[in-house]
Design a protein around this ligand. Structure first.
Ligand code: SAH
Length: 237
């Protein structure tokens, strides 16, 4: 049997997990041990009788900061292996499909979820945490971000999503957004399915999808479109 891809999540709210990761494709893959999930309650690593995990920010200001000593003990309790240690953080490098693909090809991830105003800066350097953001907005905790990251990785594991071929044309995989999808009924509120998709000419379907993917990317994501054009130039003589 192959070793499952392993996710270890450190959180003060471990009860959030598996949450959305326990249903549908990710959930089935979890029950059939394609991947495994371990949660560690950070509070269990506090040493005082109130199980304190946070304290007031040095220099003043609102909110609380998670304590470096408690977090260090929690991280050090995770067996050292090849897995990257990630910190979900709005200041992190934005997560991309390329990074997700790389992570899913590895042994798994160790993910630290922040809460309150964040965590003591010294811990990030001391444990070499890689900060990852899931977008330019602020969540109240890292747990939802961790779910997003793990879900994106798990669906790429072999056997989780039916046909692996379905990834090839997916949004971001080739640098483009995905083309529009349709299914029955043939007429919905007076709108028909584009004729080319029901004509049975596979080459025409592929050309239409490519053109639509390019149009959508150009219209909606000028940033991706610019990168795509640069790459096209690089690959064509
Ligand atoms: N004061 C911080 C925000 C803390 S939000 C700041 O201004 O940068 C609390 C926790 O939620 C963070 O420690 C992080 O773990 C998580 N979080 C919030 N937004 C996130 C995002 N966009 N991506 C990843 N994690 C996020």
């Amino acid at each position: 049997m192959t070793i499952p891809w392993r996710a270890t999540v450190l959180s003060i709210f471990p009860e959030i997990f598996p949450g959305p990761l326990g249903v549908s494709l990710a959930g089935k893959a979890l029950s059939s041990s394609v991947w495994s999930l371990q949660t560690l309650d950070i509070r269990g690593f506090a040493t005082d009788k109130h199980s304190t995990v946070d304290d007031t920010p040095a220099g003043g200001g609102p909110g609380m900061v998670m304590k470096a000593d408690v977090l260090a003990r929690a991280i050090d309790a995770v067996a050292t292996d090849g897995r990257p240690h990630l910190l979900m953080s709005p200041r992190g490098v934005p997560l991309t499909q390329a990074r997700v693909e790389a992570l899913s090809k590895g042994e798994g991830v160790v993910v630290l979820c922040g809460r309150y105003e964040g965590i003591d800066e010294r811990l990030i350097a001391a444990r070499g945490l890689e900060e990852i953001s899931i977008g330019d907005y602020v969540l109240s905790g890292g747990e939802i971000a961790a779910c997003a990251l793990i879900d994106a990785c798990v669906r790429l594991l072999p056997g989780v999503v039916g046909k692996e071929a379905s990834f090839a044309e997916e949004s971001f995989t080739d640098g483009l957004l995905e083309y529009p999808q349709y299914t029955r009924p043939a007429v919905f509120e007076g709108h028909t399915i584009p004729e080319v998709l029901t004509g049975g000419d596979h080459a025409k379907v592929a050309a239409w999808r490519r053109a639509e993917a390019e149009r959508l990317t150009r219209e909606r994501r000028p940033d991706l479109w610019a990168k795509y054009l640069t790459r096209q130039k690089g690959t064509k003589p």
